[in-house]
Design a protein around this ligand. Structure first.
Ligand code: ZN
Length: 464
């Protein structure tokens, strides 16, 4: 079966046909590094990793670029609100540069723990200021910009198809925005370059043709960097569904206006949100802020979360609850035990028998990345008694090239006795409600390279 993907631009499933035979250019919007990524953010990166692995599975040579937004940008996509990086710097009493460095590192650690393949190119916004200025100059020459209140704006009324990705109804929507910024000529216009910062303590600023000190608007960096590394037109651009109405819409506008080439990107793929049981979106602060470390502290392995995400199609909202994640954990555990058992098997392989399942698996993942069905195929293999142990092992490892559960590296982790002793001590402290001691012991265990989580039976220890 051909690889088919749901394209947000056309609202249809389409056969994937790359611009250059055998190659796929992929751009994925990366994190804004002012805080830890929460597990809702991480769902997007797991989906994008899956897409990349499916492209590789289909024989494409993938060139993947991911940006790191380390320039301060505002709490709202619509050029209003407060500067996220600056808020973080004040909160943590560090410079914005230190904040960016710290959270970039922590993001990359999360990616590794989730077995996400790193992009070929990590591109930092602050390393690409000249490219962004150049892009604005091109837009300026072509008459797509105006200056108001000292800032450079993109004039959306100069494009006849602005908002096509989101199918925006231009009059009705977001009228409120023009009120937020009296300088805008049209409600959807957006800032390309800020010179008049509302924030006195802006640390990140650069010289530009529009003034001594300023900084780029958020949408600009993705256009500039994607075109630098992937060309004026490329195959696939991804992100969370929240990027459709503003960020990706504006990326398209400024890129197509600058090059005159359409479409800028052939396929746009977006994943749905992770939602909490009460139907809320994951928040960036407060009790609903769940990070990968939160899960590890509760005794989950990061790949339990990956398995959990694979269980729901990326275009469906994923309902998160600890009970549901526990379900994924026990299934992953069962899978790991089976694979470890099969690893020992010395039977002969039967490639013809394997072929049927390989085709089925390919059909599933090529059907707009249908991972729930692909997982079902994997479990069918494990249950099929006509297959030898070796056949099962080979197939599951092969499938794992796409699923990314790191099954090849599995070995039974023996937990050292001193760690078990500490965990027992901690359990006793908890029983006595001595939370301080329990916390200290947890910290001790973490320092030794293990995580301990609380379960109904007592505790669970894992190596990290
Ligand atoms: Zn972007």
């Amino acid at each position: 079966m051909d690889l088919t993907l749901y394209n947000t631009l056309t609202r249809r499933r389409e056969k994937f046909v790359p611009l250059t035979k055998g190659k796929a250019g992929l751009y994925t919007c990366g994190p804004t590094v002012y805080n830890y990524a929460h597990i809702g953010n991480l769902r997007s990166y797991i989906f994008e990793d899956l897409l990349k692995r499916v492209l590789i599975w289909n024989g494409y040579n993938v060139k993947h670029v991911m940006n790191i937004t380390d320039v301060g940008h505002l709490t709202s996509d619509a050029d209003v609100g407060e500067d996220k990086m600056l808020l973080a710097a004040l909160r943590e009493k560090k410079s914005v540069w230190k904040i960016a460095e710290y959270y970039t590192k922590s993001f990359k650690k999360d990616m590794k723990k989730l077995n996400i393949l790193p992009p070929d190119i990590w591109s930092k916004a602050t390393d690409h200021i000249p490219e962004q200025i150049e892009l604005i100059q091109t837009l300026e020459k072509k008459g797509f910009t105006y200056i108001a209140g000292g800032n450079v704006y993109f004039n959306t009324s100069k494009l006849n198809d602005y908002g096509k990705l989101a199918q925006l109804k231009l009059d009705a929507e977001m009228q409120a925005r023009i009120k937020d910024d009296k300088h805008k000529k049209n409600p959807h216009d957006f800032v390309l370059w800020f010179t008049k910062s509302k924030f006195e303590a802006q640390e990140m600023k650069w010289h530009s043709p529009w003034g001594k000190e300023g900084y780029p608007g958020w949408h600009l960096e993705c256009s500039a960097m994607a075109m630098k590394y992937l060309g004026k037109q490329f195959d696939i651009h991804c992100g969370g569904i929240d990027h459709v109405p503003v960020h990706h819409t504006n990326e398209i506008a400024q890129s197509e206006a600058a090059t005159g080439k359409k479409p800028w990107v052939k396929y746009w793929l977006h994943n749905e949100f992770l939602v909490l049981s009460q139907g809320e979106k994951m928040a960036k602060s407060g009790g609903n802020f769940i990070t990968l470390s939160t899960l590890e502290e509760k005794g989950f392995h990061p790949l339990d979360y990956r398995y959990f995400c694979l269980g729901t199609h990326y275009r469906k909202p994923l309902m998160f609850s600890y009970e549901a994640l526990e379900g994924a954990r026990s299934t992953t555990k069962k899978l790991v035990e089976k694979v470890l058992d099969l690893k020992k098997s010395k039977d002969k392989e039967n490639k013809t028998k394997q072929q049927k399942y390989l085709l089925e698996f390919t059909d599933n993942v090529n059907d707009d990345l249908n991972t729930p069905k692909a997982l079902a195929t994997m479990w069918d293999v494990l249950k099929d008694d006509t297959l030898s142990g070796r056949d099962k092992y080979s197939l599951v490892l092969k499938f794992d090239e796409v699923l990314g559960l790191d099954l090849k590296k599995l070995r039974k982790e023996k937990i050292p006795q001193d760690i078990i002793t500490l965990a027992e001590e901690r359990l006793n402290a908890r029983k006595k409600k001595d939370w301080k001691k329990a916390d200290e012991l947890r910290e001790k265990i973490t320092k030794l390279g293990y995580v301990v989580g609380d379960t109904q039976e007592g505790y669970e220890i894992m190596k990290v």
